[in-house]
Design a protein around this ligand. Structure first.
Ligand code: GLC
Length: 611
């Protein structure tokens, strides 16, 4: 089959729907023709190894739904200095069992006005200092050889104010102003602000910025991040080309940053509008036509009802994968309260979703923890008030309570709404940092147990587990950002510090907490990869464990059954589920004649496989 027929065959499958959606949104056939030409051009540019990968994965479209996948996300500079440094550390990543690597934003972005790389000034240039596009491609090649899929952010909602389009728009050049939202007076911006919630209420209040020359531009995030206007087909065409440019450098997973925000309409909250789904659907078709081995990961940090629609439907899929954000936030709520009721309810909601919805599970990432919990339920069942409960959680995780071992910092504390969010590394939030301060080995043991149990919990869920780099060796908060004028206002930098290689050096030492975590995690990951019950299509449900501190999660596949128990309290617990027969505890290999009454260590867990 000649080259062009592969493209044509794939395009033909989607042509009618693509044209329909595109033309309904833009009513511009000429722009659609340009769009198609661009797709063909990008397909032509795709190098042979990537085409081979396309073919392989097209033949096995479920390739990423396997329990062997294990992710890690990291900052290139913090981890290894630059892209070549990361290439030099692939052995360490392999030792961690990682086969999916999310590199945090690394494209050109102005210093001091970068939002951690999320203000891109050139989508085709690597941030000087981290390397070059060739280095990124070489890293992609090396990863492909090592069986590691590479994920990169595609910051699509906005560009940096230094992006060429923004500069030309600011200068009044025709065709560029229309790529953003420009206004000469505050009339319309004020109308927008009546209905659009603020993203960064304290670090970047408002949704618009007035430039020195008086013009006003929409900036939902930081003032230097100018919102792109996707109602303009030139923006969609050119941004799609940028996406495909990255895919053609060898990126396997494109993280669609802040996707719910990309369509704006006066009088709405400018989040999750129907047009966003049209755009997501078109991007999915674009990948299936040009680069079918590439996956779309939607960053949808919203309440559950808003998240699932980004998977689309079986006939018209949108994103391949989404973050399991509510489970993450509910997990930390459970750490602070010791009560598993809400987490059990959350699992019931997740388990009721179609099995082909694939989630990325995580404990911590580069962002804050926003307390997006089910408050109506908490009010009804626990009498909890939203504002008071957020305050409790924040006080707990900033170590204000005498019995709290956590060390975290608030993020975007909005006193008007009582709506602060929270930052800190897993280890510091679990108490490892505080235990070090007190030099109390008993507290340290409890903190390490909590940390490992949370990871076991993450690994027990269906989907792809993603470790936040450093968590595998108990990385602690990094307070040096307080001294950096470019960072000190943004407490997310507390958990974006340098990788602590001195901690990693102790990963073999089973007496050190780093070794306990690293080896414990490796054991969990290996068990997971080897046990069919962890498959994404296993039956999964939560059950009553008989103890309000203990969550019971059951998984069944092909007649095999696994019961997972997690103790969220600092005391021993007795809990279990009604089952006949004996089970084997997988971590240490102990046999249990019954699992109705299992003794769990403080902050401990058990993975119990039916014999
Ligand atoms: C996403 C990123 C976050 C960034 C924002 C603006 O939410 O995860 O770090 O600040 O987008 O691009």
């Amino acid at each position: 089959m000649s080259k062009s027929t592969v493209f044509d065959r794939r395009l033909e499958r989607h042509y009618d729907e693509l044209k329909w959606l595109y033309c309904e949104l833009y009513r511009d056939e000429a722009a659609f023709e340009k769009f198609l030409d661009m797709l063909r051009r990008c397909w032509n540019d795709r190098k042979r190894p990537l085409r081979e990968q396309d073919k392989k994965r097209e033949a096995n479209p479920a390739w990423y739904r396997c329990r062997e996948l294990l992710g890690m996300m990291l900052y290139v500079d913090a981890f290894a200095g630059d892209l070549n440094g990361v290439k030099g550390k692939l052995d360490y990543l392999r030792e961690c069992g990682v086969n999916y690597l999310h590199l945090m934003p690394l494209l050109a972005s102005p210093k001091g006005r970068s939002d951690g790389g999320y203000a891109v000034s050139d989508f085709r240039t690597v941030q000087p200092g981290l390397g070059t596009m060739e280095d990124l491609e070489a890293l992609g090649d090396a990863c492909r050889k090592a069986g590691i899929s590479l994920c990169l952010d595609f910051v699509m909602n906005h560009t940096s104010e230094d992006h060429d389009w923004a500069r030309r728009a600011r200068a009044g050049e025709g065709g560029f102003r229309e790529r953003y939202f420009f206004y000469d007076s505050w009339d319309i911006p004020r109308e927008f602000e009546k209905t659009v919630p603020q993203v960064f209420p304290t670090t970047a209040p408002g949704s618009f910025t007035q430039l020195e020359d008086g013009q006003i531009v929409m900036t939902n995030f930081y003032p230097y991040q100018w919102d792109l206007n996707y109602a303009n087909p030139a923006v969609f065409n050119d941004m799609t080309e940028n996406l495909l440019y990255l895919a053609n450098r060898g990126i396997d997973v494109i993280r669609l940053d802040a996707i719910p925000y990309i369509w704006k309409e006066l009088g709405t909250d400018c989040r999750n509008l129907p047009q966003v789904h049209t755009l997501a659907r078109m991007l999915r078709m674009v990948c299936e036509v040009v680069c079918p081995s590439v996956l779309l990961l939607g960053e949808v940090v919203m309440e559950p009802a808003k998240v699932a629609p980004y998977f689309g439907t079986p006939d018209k899929p949108e994103c391949h994968m989404l973050y399991n954000v509510t489970t993450m936030a509910t997990t930390w709520h459970t750490v602070a309260t010791g009560d598993v009721a809400l987490l059990r309810r959350q699992m019931e909601a997740v388990c009721a979703l179609p099995k082909d919805f694939l989630f990325l599970n995580y404990l911590r990432c580069h962002d804050d923890i926003g307390w997006g919990l089910d408050y109506p339920w908490l009010r009804e069942h626990a009498g909890a008030d939203e504002v008071a409960h957020k305050r409790y959680l924040n006080d707990y995780f900033t170590g204000k309570w005498p019995d709290s071992p956590s060390r975290g910092e608030l993020y975007n504390d909005d006193p008007r709404l009582g709506d602060a969010r929270l930052c800190g590394t897993t280890a510091s939030l679990c108490g490892i940092e505080a235990a070090g301060e007190g030099n109390n080995s008993l507290t340290l043991e409890g903190a390490v147990a909590r940390d490992l149990t949370l990871h076991a919990w993450m690994l027990s869920q269906s989907g792809i587990p993603v470790i936040y780099s450093g968590d595998e060796v108990g990385r602690l908060n990094d307070y040096t950002y307080h001294d950096d004028p470019d960072k000190r206002e943004d407490s997310r930098y507390i958990h974006r510090g340098r990788f602590q290689w001195d901690l990693a050096e102790r990963r073999e030492d089973s007496d050190a907490y780093q070794g306990k975590l690293f080896q414990g995690l490796r054991r969990l990951e290996t068990l997971r990869a080897g046990e069919a019950c962890f498959d994404a299509d296993a039956d999964v449900w939560a059950e009553d464990s008989g103890d309000s501190h203990v969550l019971a999660l059951c998984r069944r596949k092909d007649g095999r059954e696994l019961v997972c128990l997690f103790n969220f309290s600092d005391s021993f617990a007795h809990a279990g589920v009604e089952r006949e027969g004996s089970y084997t505890e997988l971590m240490y290999g102990n046999r249990l004649e019954q699992i109705r009454d299992v003794e769990l260590w403080p902050n401990g867990f058990a993975w119990l496989l039916k014999d």
